[in-house]
Design a protein around this ligand. Sequence first.
Ligand SMILES: O=C(O)CCC(=O)C(=O)O
Length: 388
Amino acid sequence: MEKRTNDPSFQSSLESILRLVTDLVICYKHNVEKELRACGRSRLARLVDQLPLSNAKQLKQLSINDLPTANHALALAAASSSILDAKEHHFSSASENADVALIMLGLPLGQPLLDFIGLLQRNSVIHHLPASQSTGDVSFCTNEAERVNEEIRNMAEPCAEVTEAHFSDAHFSEFFKHDKPVVIRQLAAAWPAVRKWINPLYLKNSYGHRIVPVEYSIPGAPIKERFASLAEVIDMMTRQSHTTENVYMAQHPLLDYIPALRKDISQPHYMKAAGKDTADLVNLWMGSAGTGTKLHFDSADNILVQLVGRKKLVLIDPKQSHLLYPTSSGANISTVDVENPDHTKFPRFCEARGMTVYLEPGDALYMPAHYWHWVRAISSSMSINFWF
Ligand SMILES: O=C(O)CCC(=O)C(=O)O
């Protein structure tokens, strides 16, 4: 409910924070306008020029996906809509628009938007979920997605495995030095995230209104990227059927956008092997059973920690890159469908050998930089990864 809109201290904080968001739009729109004019999009440039006071809605409806600058124009349109919504005391939609702008601009540029969302949240001026949807006996889907249960041919070699209680930084350094993956069972067993996020209402009741980017798929149709509320993602993860649509919030720095969640997570101490106390990038992966990521590699070392549900991974040594048909020479994504390889098109893939790993809540996997990996959530799943 919109509770504290008449509170003078809320009003004065709101006014000063809206000035900062307006400054952000004004200062940034000149660059975007210049870039748009330089690539011949003068109509779009004129619309951007009139922000933040008008044209935000018109701009948001344009189909301009073909221009990198257009994303910036859309971010500014969302930020401007957010200002106009707040002035009319439509705080829920102000918060949603601010989230969209924040996701598209990122941090540190979007910091005033994050402060604005924080102010709305702290003052309880956002419409939360109806009581019927925020209580009750609800759990994440634990049914296993059937087609991922069988072992994948030639990919069933075991990976080194240890338990956190019997493993040390010195042991980890050996794996790190030799670029060998290792599963560390129960690394995160005591993290609050593992204990608390298993209850779908924990995140949904406090942060269900927050907007996140998702990959959305229905059987037989291409994956679409769109925005969704965290409540929508969580609701889809609690459905017990795998036959309808899937949603995946993949590689999203949620802890940057909801800093209060940082207290539920720790930084894995093993990163010290690389001289690091904190990771360079931390991302959340949340989705329904069956969602996952194609065979690819990343150029940073990685610790992937399973928080809720189960995940299956296939790992392939970079020495076998010549068997994996990347999208172009040296590219980091393979064109082979690991679960159902086309042996006529990709004959060398038969010779590839890989390891299969299953992660349970609290387990972690160290993957050296450049190690190929394919990932599938077997049940509804939440993971976090630390690139260092
Ligand atoms: O969990 C996933 O879907 C992918 C994770 C991944 O690719 C990574 O941590 O690098």
